[in-house]
Design a binder for this molecule. Sequence first.
Ligand SMILES: *[C@@H]1O[C@H](CO)[C@@H](O)[C@H](O)[C@H]1NC(C)=O
Ligand SMILES: *[C@@H]1O[C@H](CO)[C@@H](O)[C@H](O)[C@H]1NC(C)=O
Ligand SMILES: *[C@@H]1O[C@H](CO)[C@@H](O)[C@H](O)[C@H]1NC(C)=O
Ligand SMILES: *[C@@H]1O[C@H](CO)[C@@H](O)[C@H](O)[C@H]1NC(C)=O
Length: 348
Amino acid sequence: MLRLLYPILLPFLSLLLCSCASPWHTIGTGTSLQVDHDKVLLISPDTTFSCGFYPSGNGTNAFYFSIWFTHAADKTVVWTADPRFPVNGQRSRISLNHEGNLVLTDVNGSTAWESNTGWGRGTTVALLDTGNLVIKASTDKIIWQSFDSPTNTLLPSQRLTRENRLVSQSDYHVLYFDNDNVLRLLYNGPDITSIYWPSPDYNAVQNGRTRFNSTKIAVLDHEGNFLSSDGFRMVASDLGLGIQRRITIDYDGNFRMYSLNASNGNWDITGEAVQQMCYVHGLCGRNGICEYSPRRVSWSGPCWTRLSCISLGQVAGPTGWSCDCWAELSCTLVEQPTGAACTLLSVV
Ligand SMILES: *[C@@H]1O[C@H](CO)[C@@H](O)[C@H](O)[C@H]1NC(C)=O
Ligand SMILES: *[C@@H]1O[C@H](CO)[C@@H](O)[C@H](O)[C@H]1NC(C)=O
Ligand SMILES: *[C@@H]1O[C@H](CO)[C@@H](O)[C@H](O)[C@H]1NC(C)=O
Ligand SMILES: *[C@@H]1O[C@H](CO)[C@@H](O)[C@H](O)[C@H]1NC(C)=O
């Protein structure tokens, strides 16, 4: 009997074996991937996003379970399961177990992260073309999605709500909806906690916001409009369909809109929230004063912006910024178009 079936089964068997190799578009319960066998678990149907093990990149053999832009030159990460706990580059694994729980296990068997879902057999995990990693029950109901728990990046159609927030990689800068319904940036450092955007020197109305819409939703659409229920609006300088975009709260505490140049895989800044970087708390460290001085060298000449950190005698702590404040120091001079208002466009 077996001998008879063998020639019939063989093609199916090899087909099964072939389809066993990751990356998949969708996985079912009982699927797992070990970090030293392969790095990519899932790829979105149009290949824009990949999900799997991503090197921590600081010279250690540590990996995160992340989602990233497949075609960006630097494989930009858009989501990480738990940025605090990378796993070992050997024998760690990500598995969708038979309970329907997606679990990241470290080499020693400890759970580094889990989705805490338990809808049992028939559970599937898929990476969508939007960059959303979704876990579905057998009924097709979405029981968990990465879009609900962003890290430092918001993708088009992903909602910032009263229930989530963006946090910079340094862990110090937070974009969130405040109790009075206003979208704000907060510096939450080891010594101080303070709001720096919109300007704390003005009230909501003066900052062009409303406190009376309690929806608390901010979303970036596919054309490049980032709209918040408090009236804040950021429009991409390259407004239009067909461009990959993201909004990221950067290491320096500012949040920016980026557009992907599809021909070289690099990102262009197409929008920026904080125009005056000295408002970003923590920029100059504990003992530093940030001084912002836009000026024109001559009346018709270009406008230069000087952003400097001035140390108050002692060593100023790490700034999360490309310039350290060891002493009186000028960070950058940014040339701006002749005749333009003296505002800070970007800092490099
Ligand atoms: C590498 O990064 C991880 C996670 O941020 C951190 O736990 C670890 O201490 C870092 N290692 C070094 C050598 O910086
Ligand atoms: C496994 O390793 C992690 C990270 O090094 C550690 O935090 C955890 O306590 C370890 N767990 C066990 C059971 O040894
Ligand atoms: C409140 O914000 C939501 C989401 O942006 C919007 O759809 C709604 O029209 C706003 N309501 C009012 C009264 O402005
Ligand atoms: C994209 O990159 C190419 C090659 O570097 C360049 O020629 C082009 O101008 C860029 N497009 C945009 C919109 O910046």
